[in-house]
Each structure stands twice: as structure tokens, then as C-alpha cells.
Design a protein around this ligand. Structure first.
Ligand SMILES: Nc1ncnc2c1ncn2[C@@H]1O[C@H](COP(=O)(O)OP(=O)(O)O)[C@@H](O)[C@H]1O
Ligand SMILES: [Mg+2]
Length: 271
């Protein structure tokens, strides 16, 4: 089975449900739009934001969309894709991203990072947004670095913005008593939920429209099946939708029906 043949069969201009969507092409689900609006507000105010959601709920996409909407001359986004940033850690990554050479000792890194953030705002008029993705994987001492940075930073006059993005366990970690000092700094909490059935339908239609098919390709039964299996989470929906298209294509069916959707569920989840 080749992607070219599948695209030709359905008349797609390109393969749908790909993950490299431009920010302008994203589907504005309630959860997505709200996350972007609230993050944008938090970036204006300064502070510490915590964005949580299950795997594939659209956290990274929401951050990307938020960053794309910021005035570029007035913001600088430092994106740390993974907390396992290397021996020197988050603070060194921030200093490096802001053009400095990280000091060797950890104790010296906290004021250096805070200064670098302050200088970006004071000298260049740019607010720095430090976004740490997969933050549920941060070790305790890395979270402690984040805490020291936020307190050093909040005591100075220039509000940088820190965004921690992670799976729901991140919330629970911050709620632990040992993390109380950091948890109290949190000024915004966003939890990305799955889409409801109506939004799932719109999501599928949106992705298909981007590839040139504006008529319904999935039967309502099929949408039901993929919605329940994905719980309305975008990444799972993408995988199920692609497998549904493949299953229908193999059977030479113009529409993804309930049976093709069920085949997709088996393919994706092994259920
Ligand atoms: N608003 C959206 N519009 C279109 N596609 C989306 C949207 N949100 C998420 N997706 C899709 O779902 C996938 C998973 O989103 P992602 O942000 O990577 O999840 P997470 O970071 O929560 O694991 C993305 O690759 C993208 O294809
Ligand atoms: Mg992600």
C-alpha cells in the first residue's frame, strides 16, 4: 500500500492527519482555543504557567500556536523540548539560549539565568518565555532550579514567563508538600481535555478539508467508534483516522464506515 495510491484514490492533495500543520491550519477546538488564550494572557502578565494533559492531547501544539501568535519583536521563546537537557540543566540552557556562557557552579547559575532574563527585557525590550516540555520528567533538583529561578525572577522587576508542560502526573508532583514553594508560584493552570463527539467530527472534517475533501468521508458510526477509542484526543484520532482510510481503501470503499473504523481500532490499539 503506498501513500501516493491512497491519496489518489481519495483525491487528497496530500496525506491528511499529518502532524506538521502550520499554526494557521490548526483546528480551534474549545480546549485548544482556551489553552492558547489563557497562555497568551499569562505571557502578558508574567509568571509561571503549568499546562497538563494526557499524551497526544495537544499540549505542544497549543504552545507552538501561542508562540506563533506573539509579537516577535517583543518576545523571545526559549523552548526546551525535553527536560533531560544534559548535565548543566535548565538554567544553563536558558543562559545559552540568551547568548551567555553558563557559569560552572550551579549556585552561580541561578543569578546568572535570572540576570540574563532580566537583561533581555530591560535592554532589548523582549519578554522571555521559557517553555519546558515533558516537564513531568524533571527530577526534583531540576524542579528546584525552576523554583529558585521563579523566586529570583519575581523579586526582580522584569517578569519572565515560565511554562511547564507535562502529563497529568506533573500536577500531582507539584501538589506534593515538598513542592509547595513552587506550587504557590503557579499563576496559571491549564488542563487540556479531549474533544467532545461534536468536536471530534469537526476535527476529522477539518483535517480532510485541508487535503481537499470537504464532503464527509467518515460515516457517523465510524466517527462514533474513533471518538470512543481516542476519547477525543487529537493524536490518537490522527492515527485512527489514517488506519480507517487505509482499511476502507483496501476494501475499495469510498467511505470509512463502522467496520473500517473498527479495523482501525484493532490496528492502532491491538484491541
Ligand atoms: N488544534 C489542533 N489542530 C490540529 N491538530 C492538532 C491540534 N492539536 C493537536 N493536534 C494533532 O495532535 C498531535 C498531538 O499533539 P501534541 O501537541 O503533540 O500532543 P502532546 O504534546 O499533548 O502530547 C499533533 O501532532 C497534531 O497532529
Ligand atoms: Mg508534546
Amino acid at each position: 500500500m503506498s501513500i501516493d495510491r491512497l491519496c489518489a484514490y481519495y483525491g487528497f492533495s496530500k496525506m491528511p492527519f499529518r502532524k506538521d500543520l502550520a499554526p494557521s491550519a490548526l483546528f480551534r477546538s474549545t480546549a485548544h482555543a482556551e489553552a492558547v488564550a489563557r497562555l497568551t494572557w499569562c505571557i502578558g502578565e508574567g509568571g509561571l504557567a503549568v499546562v497538563t494533559g494526557e499524551v497526544g492531547s495537544g499540549k505542544t501544539v497549543a504552545l507552538r500556536a501561542t508562540a506563533a501568535g506573539l509579537e516577535p519583536s517583543r518576545h523571545q521563546v526559549v523552548y526546551c523540548p525535553n527536560p533531560v537537557i544534559g548535565g548543566r540543566g535548565i538554567l544553563a540552557a536558558i543562559v545559552t539560549a540568551l547568548g551567555g556562557v553558563p557559569r560552572f557552579h550551579r549556585s552561580a547559575l541561578v543569578p546568572q539565568a535570572a540576570e540574563a532574563l532580566g537583561a533581555a527585557e530591560a535592554e532589548r525590550g523582549r519578554r522571555v518565555v521559557v517553555a519546558i516540555d515533558e516537564a513531568h520528567l524533571l527530577a526534583d533538583d531540576q524542579l528546584e532550579d525552576v523554583r529558585m529561578l521563579t523566586s529570583a525572577e519575581l523579586d526582580s522587576k522584569s517578569p519572565a514567563v515560565l511554562v511547564l508542560i507535562g502529563q497529568p502526573v506533573l500536577r500531582r508532583r507539584l501538589a506534593q508538600t515538598t513542592m509547595a514553594a513552587l506550587d504557590q508560584r503557579v499563576s496559571l493552570r491549564v488542563q487540556l481535555e479531549g474533544m467532545d463527539p461534536q468536536e471530534t467530527k469537526g476535527y476529522l472534517r477539518h483535517h480532510l478539508e485541508l487535503c481537499g475533501r470537504s464532503d464527509p468521508l467518515f460515516s457517523d458510526d465510524a466517527i462514533d467508534v474513533v471518538h470512543r477509542a481516542s476519547r477525543g484526543l487529537p493524536r490518537a484520532l490522527n492515527n485512527l483516522a489514517v488506519q480507517g482510510l487505509v482499511a476502507a481503501f483496501m476494501k475499495d470503499q469510498a467511505i470509512v464506515d463502522e467496520r473500517a473504523a473498527k479495523t482501525a481500532v484493532v490496528e492502532v490499539a491491538g484491541e
